[in-house]
Design a binder for this molecule. Structure first.
Ligand code: ISL
Ligand code: CA
Length: 563
């Protein structure tokens, strides 16, 4: 069995690029590969080790590339395969690894497999998907009661063969049938294809929903994600990832991070325990749910600080001695973090809010991910009307949420505040028109605050959020305690502070973060009193007496203590 031993990602920081919104090179308002290439020096300057690119494959863009029409060619708006090769080469020459998005739960309905399957019940591709006759005498009822992540039934009628096909996401994203050996082999071929193109890893999209219970039984309940108990961590999922690991991930030395939908630590262990040889780490969501009900981001609730801290504590402790994990606050699906998690978008507290959150995140155990624009404190909230939104999920929610009894004005407000487009607005490079992202009006509105929040301004200011990130990344690099240390939460359920310690041999890293805009007293735990302590990093430049001091608004301070 091929075994991989170079676990470089444990000492790495990874930068996520959302290609559509990163840099347009040819003035069509859409980010592209030449645009990404032109910004490699910037990415390199952050001190990160790798990039994760959201999908760049051929796609009709119903879900911005998460609907793939051909896994081995490039979306025409983004460029060509040759340009893609040049990009991979350029990243490697800059010493950066490249992680590609692997979206295999579903293809686009414009994928050749689906086009063949849809038309002809005898097609060899028919069983690549889930086609089922409708229920009832006249076959008019959907094959089962499952609902889609994007709202509504998970079944779409196919007039060509008078039946339905399953789609857990949009109706343009039919689910692949991993019960079919041919599908498994096709997918392994795709992994091999990209491995041979020289990439260094995969971010596995919704990796834990790919194995469905045989016969697709009805699900329980009727609100959101009806049917989930029949596909979340489904019957053959471990077998599948073991095979992917043997035949691709380990064989080609690929790092993997699985996007884990509704994951719990006890289930996670089986995927990421090193001797299981399945995945390297997971993206989990618990901390994202501290300001919503039922894990649904549009059902707003007031930020629950204790829940937020508890989710970090829970995952940190349960993965200790078990397997690796990832750390993130933002990605292309989540609202921007500044303005969330008790921070605020205001002149006074924007920068400290951003740097506090980054500091708090970075000293946990795991690989930190930074989402494009997070490092300059880009904000959401640019949209004034839902007509400005482009995301398929948001558009669908407008129709489906009211059907589930969520009032329309409520869902509209939620979408303005939280829709995924909030994180997808064009990257703010400078204060020229369209933020230096494009010469033309971009596919999605630029946040008007680009005239102040942009890379150029951040570069010019030694105390900017951007320059703080650079410092933070450097400080974390090679730190054995950050990589290996145990985790203990030490804030006694404080309503204002998050305090935790990491311990490795005789070193403790103590991270103290004030999640409020008010001054807060801090007293050092007895066990660390009078021990040699050294400041590692802080987002206010000042000296304090660690034994007892008052934290400034959103202040974060990290110390190394010898014990
Ligand atoms: O963002 C969400 C809710 O608002 C999630 O439900 C999200 O859809 C889920 O985490 C899966 O996300 C991934 O797969 C989707 C794609 O739309 C997302 O962009 C991707 O990150 C389907 O491929
Ligand atoms: Ca372009």
């Amino acid at each position: 069995m091929a075994k991989r031993r170079n676990r470089w990602y444990k000492d790495a920081v990874i930068y996520q690029v959302y290609p559509r919104s990163f840099q347009d090179s040819n003035g069509d308002g859409i980010g592209d590969i030449p645009g990404i290439i032109s910004r490699i020096p910037y990415i390199k300057s952050l001190g990160v080790d790798a990039v994760w690119l959201s999908p760049i494959y051929k796609s009709p863009n119903d879900d911005n590339g998460y609907d793939i029409a051909d896994y081995t060619s490039i979306m025409k708006e983004f460029g060509t395969m040759e340009e893609c090769r040049a990009m991979i080469k350029a990243f490697h020459e800059a010493g950066l690894k490249v992680i590609m998005d692997l979206v295999i739960n579903h293809t686009s309905n414009e994928h050749a497999w689906f086009e063949a399957a849809r038309k002809d019940p005898k097609s060899p591709y028919r069983n690549y998907y889930f086609f089922r006759k409708g229920r009832g005498k006249k076959h008019k009822r959907k094959p089962n009661n499952w609902t889609s992540f994007f709202g509504g039934s998970a079944w779409e009628y196919n007039p060509d063969t008078d039946d339905y096909y399953l789609h857990l996401f949009s109706k343009k994203q039919p689910d692949l049938n991993f019960g079919n050996e041919a599908v498994v082999n096709e997918v392994i071929k795709i992994m091999e294809y990209w491995a041979k193109e020289g990439i260094d890893g995969f971010r596995c999209d919704v990796f834990n929903v790919i194995s469905k219970a045989p016969y697709l039984p009805n699900g329980e309940g009727h609100f959101a994600l009806v049917g989930k108990e029949h596909y979340l961590n489904g019957p053959h999922v471990h077998e599948l990832y073991k095979r992917f690991n043997q035949q691709a991930f380990a064989k080609y030395d690929l790092m993997t991070v699985g996007e884990a939908v509704m994951m719990t630590p006890d289930v996670a262990v089986d995927y990421i325990k090193e001797d299981r040889e399945e995945l390297d780490m997971l993206f989990t969501f618990d901390h994202q749910d501290a300001d919503n009900h039922l894990g649904i981001k549009y059902l707003r609730k007031k930020f629950n600080f204790e829940q937020f801290k508890h989710s970090f504590e829970k995952w940190q402790r349960s993965m200790e001695g078990v397997g690796w994990t990832s750390l993130y606050l933002e990605n292309h699906d989540q609202p921007r973090s500044i303005g969330r998690f008790n921070t605020e978008v205001s002149k006074e507290y924007h920068d400290v809010g951003c740097t506090m959150l980054a500091t708090m995140l970075f000293f946990h155990r795991g690989t930190p991910y930074i989402y494009e624009g997070e490092e300059i404190g880009m904000t959401g909230g640019a949209f004034k009307d839902v007509s400005e939104l482009r995301d398929r999920e948001a558009i669908n929610m407008l129709t489906y949420a009211p059907k589930l009894g969520v009032p329309k004005p409520y869902i509209k407000k939620s979408l303005l505040l939280r829709s995924r487009d909030n994180a997808r607005t064009p990257m703010q490079w400078d204060d020229s028109a369209y933020a230096g992202f494009s010469k033309q009006e971009p596919w999605l509105k630029v946040n008007p605050n680009y005239s102040t929040i942009n890379v150029k301004n951040n570069e010019a200011d030694p105390n900017s959020v951007l320059n703080y990130y650079r410092k933070l990344i450097k400080v974390r690099k090679g730190n054995e305690t950050v990589i290996n240390g145990t985790y203990t939460r030490l804030d006694n359920d404080s309503k204002s502070l998050y305090v935790y310690a990491r311990k490795y041999e005789h070193e403790v890293i103590l991270c103290i973060a004030n999640f409020t805009k008010h001054e807060q007293p801090f007293t050092l735990m007895d066990e660390y009193l009078n021990k040699p302590a050294k400041l590692l990093i802080a987002n206010y430049e000042r000296e304090v007496n660690l034994a007892s001091f008052t934290l400034k608004p959103y202040e974060a301070r990290v110390y190394t203590i010898t014990v």
